[in-house]
Write a new protein. Sequence first.
Length: 595
Amino acid sequence: MSEQQSRSDDGERRRRREDADRFAGTKDEDLPSREVTEGPDKAPHRAMFRAMGFDDEDLSSPIVGVPNPAADITPCNVHLDDVADAALDGIDAAGGMPIEFGTITISDAISMGTEGMKASLISREVIADSVELVSFGERMDALVTVAGCDKNLPGMMMAAIRTDLPSVFLYGGSIMPGQHDGRDVTIVQVFEGVGTYAQGDMDADELDELERHACPGAGSCGGMFTANTMASLSEALGLAPLGSASPPAEDEARYAVAERAGELAMDCIENDRRPSDILSRESFENAIAAQTAMGGSTNAVLHLLALAGEADVDLSIEDFDEISRRTPKIANLQPGGSRVMNDLHEVGGVPVVLRRLLEADLLHGDAMTVTGRTLAEEIAALEERGELPADDDIEADFLYPVEDPKEEEGAIKILDGNLAPDGSVLKVTGDDEFYHEGPARVFENEEDAMEYVQSGAIESGDVIVIRNEGPRGGPGMREMLGVTAAVVGAGHEDDVALLTDGRFSGGTRGPMIGHVAPEAAVGGPIGLIEDGDHVTVDIPERDLTVDLSDEELDERRQAWDAPEPPYEGGILAKYGRDFASAAEGAVTNPRLTRD
């Protein structure tokens, strides 16, 4: 080789090294975003980022996705752009490259009582699917998942678990209570007002006034309903920092929480802290204990089962009853009580409840959290910083000591028996010793049951049965706050029971048993009972039975024909086909639904 050729080759190698250095960046080699930001072959990718205003400093930083379901369709989400902006600021200040992207939401309260409510549970799956897809497709390094309305919360957490990216869960906060007739009210009082009006015990003017004052601004429904329940459980699970669930939607503290979530996401990247490092059997047991102690929504049973499935944690519906039996109810919030999430916030938030449970040895204090510290360490840190008042300094008539609780057992009960061989779910908001026998009044859908209740035909002792509303049969497992509130509003909170293979809102109260499994559409016993059959609801014995022998049920099953799917195409048909049983969380992830 000639000397001139050698010099030429040396120059070419040097040029290539210089070019490689120029495009190398400084990211950790394990970060997924290197696949779209580093190297000369990624010039087109960087050009796309530059078109959106990102610069060299951004492109050399970890990419943190901020999925945001902001929408004008519900007050739960109407303010989420502002919450997300605060998170973006936190990410940017901590040296990250924040990228916001959108996903859907459904307003449960607006779709309630309509065919549209069938979309609600499906939206949980669509949210999880869409966030997973964007995170995977755009090679993101971490997530700050923002959530407002009910199904946003489990959907976002499911996505974080599936991707297993360093993630922080960020709740948008709850609405303040409205004021009517000198008392705090929420949307639940409006639903119950409909039943009271139908019975002639409320006039149109009062219903109108109640409607106009129940929801004074942005934020998720204010009681310990589904959104606030899942936000509280995000702390108990360890996916959100302690104290982050309770600040109201329009409070400055909410935006401080959001900014901190952005900063924390960067800490998770630096320390390679992922949902799989946080979630365990112990963290799910902590969440169930918190749910039962606080009187949380029955929907949390469905969602925690789904989250556990995504996390490959062994959890069954029976675990809820076992934990509820040993965990007293120590918070009395709406719908069972009169107080709302802001009342809990003003005395220290969810950590007040968690500390009482921990001190009574009802939580696993060594469970990990998103901060990298254990639950016990996080509670101690809040105390040291003065963010959690001493228990002796807390005066709240809706919080009880573990040794002298509101109820000796938790609020969630799992009933089985020949009507629910795979279980059913009840949240006790009244008498813990409730026992009821009566004739079945069978309805094939929610609308027919609502017509029956509002017509005044309902009688003391009835057992209202609403079927074909399960995950597949609905499809979508509608919530039925409209009909349950109408029953209560008609004055039958304690003398009429209702059972369904559908779901209830977290705002439902009274002896309402949901998630009956197997559901009617797949041949469950709830699909076999007839008007007049004698049904027993026995909470102490956890029993839900119909007075029919196994032989009689078998005879009816032989004569039973599966109903035709209500939708032949589109998203309802697709998800109706894919849903698993409510006893398994009504999941659609193929990994979790294979026989």
